[in-house]
Design a protein around this ligand. Structure first.
Ligand SMILES: [Zn+2]
Length: 423
């Protein structure tokens, strides 16, 4: 009997685990491409999280090197500050620096809402009211050009009440083969139902980079996994007969940190007076009362070793992370930024060997990857480093999407690499 009880418990556990993971495709009914939009090109925007600017060469990702050799390769792409996942995925699709989009960090405090956003909280991630600006798929859908997402930061949130027409709630349960099939199925839909903008996302390289470091064989293994999967995806897409444009990017790089000597959170921070947020490479202090800011800042400044202390008002302008950039009042009043390769031990846990989040102007290892190939792109073209917010205007230009809102995105990238940039 005992064995049956265990079996039954296992079965119930499996059923409940499955119920917790939503792997079902979401489809918004009633949307169609207009006949005018059906003539537009196709773009698949692929991100491999933490795929450092030199990983393809370092690990001989032969498929990515061959594909980008046919089209465009940037020597690197400069992430926005802080060089972490959520702000940078959103910067590329919104054309806004993190301070301007409101997605200022993976975790942050919103003073007006009296609430935290955190990438680990599925309900917050899926709540469109946290996101400002208009990501590419929102523009596309507003202009009756359909979009689809096999993951992208914020793609499962209704921003301005709009999600992509086809999307999935983020999970790591769906096999890569099934994800590639889904993309092919989308591209085989009738022209009026077929998405012209598709986003696709790989988490593996970042996971390995954190756990084992950027130079580890485990990281090399995941780079090769992504390399093979992109090759499979391009071959599978070819079977549709559509001449699709591919943009392969990452959000940031990865570097080795001093994991043996992390910095403790300074005793000068009184947590009854400040809300503490952030991670090991950017600690943000939100004052409960303005009167405490100056004294704590001065105290921290006197003690600071291996890190810089800034008031929100005196953060270097190049980071676009100061008071004047804080459009949504979400940056901390005091910021602690460790000197590379130091990290704070904010949560009293062991420190992983690989990290990102540093100022990409100071730490080249933070730089990301940009490759592009397909009919819209100039062949055999290499370009120097550029800021990742320019990806927004690049894809707008390919798809002919209008945008009248504020943006940090320039036309330089589109003008440099497209055969016929939009006027
Ligand atoms: Zn990461």
């Amino acid at each position: 009997m005992k064995n049956y009880t265990i079996l039954l418990l296992c079965f119930l556990w499996a059923v409940s685990a499955r119920a917790q993971t939503d792997t079902i495709q979401k489809i918004v009914p009633g949307r169609k491409n207009t006949s005018e939009q059906q003539k537009k090109p196709y773009v698949i925007l692929i991100s491999a999280d933490g795929f450092r600017y030199n990983y393809a060469q370092k690990y001989n990702a032969s498929n990515l090197l061959t594909l980008s050799n046919q089209g465009v390769r940037a020597t690197s792409m400069i992430p926005s500050y802080p060089s972490v996942t959520f702000p940078n995925h959103y910067a590329m699709v919104s054309g806004l620096y993190p301070s301007h989009s409101g997605l200022v960090n993976n975790t942050f405090y919103d003073r007006d809402r009296h609430d935290f956003y955190t990438m680990g909280n599925k309900a917050k991630v899926a709540d469109g009211s946290w996101y400002h600006g208009a990501p590419l798929w929102v523009l596309a859908e507003q202009q009756h050009l359909l979009s689809a997402s096999f993951y992208w930061v914020a793609s499962e949130a209704a921003i301005q009440n709009i999600t992509p027409t086809y999307y999935y709630v983020y999970n790591e349960k769906i096999a890569i083969r099934d994800r590639i099939s889904a993309v092919v199925n989308w591209l085989n839909l009738p022209a009026e139902d077929r998405p012209h903008l598709i986003t696709f996302y790989f988490p593996q390289v970042d996971h390995a980079g954190h756990l084992y470091g950027p130079d580890a064989p485990e990281t090399a293994h995941e780079v090769h996994f992504v390399d093979s999967a992109v090759s499979e995806l391009t071959k599978a897409v070819k079977t549709t007969g559509l001449d699709v444009n591919f943009v392969f990017v990452s959000d940031h790089g990865m570097t080795n940190v001093d994991q043996q000597h992390p910095i403790s959170i300074p005793a000068a921070i009184d947590t009854s007076k400040f809300i503490v947020s952030g991670d090991g490479i950017l600690v943000e202090l939100y004052a409960k009362g303005d009167a405490d800011i100056t004294a704590t800042y001065n105290h921290l400044k006197r003690q600071a070793k291996d890190y810089d202390v800034y008031l929100k008002t005196n953060v270097p302008a190049k980071l676009h992370y100061s008071q004047s950039d804080d459009w949504h009042n979400r940056i901390g009043d005091i910021l602690l930024i460790p000197h590379y390769p130091k990290v704070f031990n904010l949560y009293n846990k062991s420190i992983h060997p690989g990290w990102h989040g540093y100022d990409p102007n100071l730490v080249k290892d933070m730089h990301a990857t940009f490759f592009a190939w397909g009919p819209a792109f100039k062949p055999h073209t290499t370009i120097p480093a550029f800021e990742n917010v320019d990806v927004f205007n690049l894809i707008r230009s390919i798809l002919g999407l209008e945008y009248t809102g504020k943006t940090d995105s320039t036309d330089k990238l589109a003008n440099d690499i497209l055969i016929k940039p939009m006027k």
